[in-house]
Design a protein around this ligand. Structure first.
Ligand SMILES: *Cc1c(COP(=O)(O)O)cnc(C)c1O
Length: 384
C-alpha cells in the first residue's frame, strides 16, 4: 500500500507532470514572470469555468479577502459578521482593516454559518456578511442573500475551500460557489482543491465597477501608470503559478469527482455506526450524485460522539494514518479576537464541534486499499 497522506500532492504531480512541466518551461523561456500572458489566459479560463464576469488574480487567499473588503469601501468600525468555526484568515483581515468582526455560531449538520445567528447579530453598524463555504460545501446562500437585501449588506463569499462546488437553489437552479454574493475570495494554496505550487489567490465578482476598483487596488491603487488614486496593495499571481493552475483547472471536475468517490466510500463504511456522524450535504445527495456537485470535500470531516476524539487521532497516527482537527479552538476564544460582547451561550454548536470533529485523509489520489485501511482503523477504535 502506498503511504497514506492527508493530501498527496506528490502522486497528483506525477500524474500531470507531462502537462505541467512543459508549461512551466515555457514561462522560464519567455521570462514573462509577472503579469505575463499566462496569467491572463488562466483568468479567462477560470471566468468561463465559473461563469462569472470577473476573476482578479492575486497573491493568496488572505489577500483576496482583504482586497475584496477594501474594494467594497468598508470603513473603520463597520461590523462584519462571519463564522466562529473557520480558519483565522477570515477574521484576521476584518480586524486588520479596523473593521469590527462579529463572530456567530454555525450549523450542527453542515458546519456552515447559522442563519438565525446572523439575524440576531445584525445591528445598525453591520455592513457585510462573510459566509465561509467550509470543507467544500456552500453556506445557505439563498437565505444569506435575502438577509443582505433586507438590511442592505454586502456578501463576501470566502470560497477558499469550495472551488468547483455548485450551490443548488431551492428551485433547482445551480451556480458555482463564489459567484452568488457581491464578491468572493479564493485561495490557490497547494492543498486547496485547485492549488498551485506556491501561493496564489483570486477575487471573483459579477460587478463591473467593483472589478475595476479591485484591479487598481491589487496594483498599488493605480488606474493609470504612476497615478495612485486610492491606497492599494501589491498582490500578484505570478506566471509560473498561473501555468500550474491553468493545467490543473482542466482537471478540476475530475478532481472533485475523485474526492466525492472517496467520500462515498467513507460514508458507506461508517453508515451503521452510531458513534460516527458522516458529513451532511444540503442537497441531501451525499455530494455524490452526478448532477449536482454540491460538495467538493475539501475536507472529509466526521463528528465523533460517545468516543474520545483525541484518542482516535492518536490511534490513527500510531497506525500511520495522518488526520486533522479543523478547527480545535473557536475563533471567539482566540486571544487575538477576544471581545467582551461574546457570550458562550451563543456558540453552543462551535464549542461542541471543536471537541468532536476529525478530518480524514482526503485528496484526489486516495485508492480503495488506503480507504479500507483507514476505515478499518477508525472502526476498530470506536467499537473498542
Ligand atoms: C486557506 C484559507 C484562507 C486563506 O488562504 P491563503 O491562500 O492561505 O491566504 C482563507 N479562508 C479559508 C476558509 C481558508 O481555508
Amino acid at each position: 500500500m502506498r503511504k497514506i497522506q492527508m493530501v498527496d500532492l506528490q502522486s497528483q504531480y506525477q500524474n500531470i507532470k507531462h502537462i505541467v512541466d512543459p508549461s512551466i518551461q515555457e514561462i522560464l523561456e519567455s521570462a514573462a514572470f509577472v503579469n505575463g500572458p499566462k496569467v491572463h489566459e488562466f483568468q479567462k479560463n477560470l471566468e468561463d469555468y465559473l461563469d462569472v464576469k470577473h476573476v482578479i488574480p492575486c497573491a493568496n487567499g488572505t489577500d483576496a479577502l482583504q482586497i475584496a473588503m477594501m474594494g467594497l469601501g468598508l470603513e473603520q468600525g463597520d461590523e462584519v459578521i462571519t463564522a466562529d468555526f473557520t480558519f483565522a484568515a477570515t477574521v484576521e483581515v476584518i480586524a486588520l482593516l479596523k473593521l469590527t468582526p462579529v463572530l456567530v455560531d454555525v450549523d450542527e449538520d453542515t458546519f456552515n454559518i447559522n442563519i438565525d445567528a446572523i439575524k440576531k447579530a445584525i445591528t445598525p453598524k453591520t455592513k457585510a456578511i462573510v459566509p465561509v463555504h467550509l470543507f467544500g460545501q456552500c453556506a445557505n446562500m439563498e437565505a444569506i442573500m435575502q438577509i443582505a437585501e433586507e438590511h442592505n449588506l454586502y456578501v463576501i463569499e470566502d470560497n477558499a475551500q469550495a472551488i468547483g462546488a455548485n450551490y443548488v437553489y431551492s428551485d433547482g437552479r445551480k451556480a458555482k460557489a463564489g459567484t452568488i454574493g457581491h464578491v468572493a475570495a479564493t485561495s490557490f494554496f497547494p492543498s486547496k482543491n485547485l492549488g498551485c505550487y506556491g501561493d496564489g489567490g483570486a477575487i471573483f465578482t459579477n460587478d463591473d465597477e467593483l472589478a475595476h476598483t479591485i484591479r487598481g487596488i491589487v496594483n498599488h491603487g493605480m488606474y493609470k501608470r504612476y497615478h495612485h488614486d486610492v491606497v492599494g496593495v501589491n498582490s500578484r499571481l505570478d506566471s509560473i503559478q498561473a501555468a500550474v493552475l491553468d493545467a490543473k483547472l482542466k482537471h478540476l471536475d475530475e478532481y472533485s469527482n475523485a474526492r466525492q468517490k472517496a467520500a462515498q466510500k467513507y460514508n458507506e463504511a461508517f453508515k451503521d455506526n452510531n458513534k460516527i456522524i458522516t458529513p451532511k450535504t444540503v442537497a441531501g445527495c451525499d455530494g455524490v450524485c452526478d448532477t449536482c456537485d454540491c460538495h467538493v470535500f475539501h475536507q472529509y470531516t466526521l463528528k465523533i460522539k460517545g468516543a474520545d476524539r483525541d484518542a482516535l487521532v492518536k490511534h490513527l497516527n500510531e497506525n500511520g494514518i495522518p488526520c486533522g482537527v479543523y478547527y480545535p479552538i473557536p475563533l471567539h476564544r482566540q486571544k487575538a479576537y477576544l471581545d467582551e460582547r461574546y457570550n458562550e451561550d451563543d456558540f453552543v454548536v462551535t464549542n461542541r464541534l471543536v471537541d468532536e470533529v476529525i478530518s480524514l485523509p482526503m485528496h484526489t489520489e486516495l485508492d480503495d486499499e488506503q480507504i479500507d485501511f483507514i476505515t478499518s482503523k477508525v472502526l476498530d477504535f470506536v467499537n473498542g
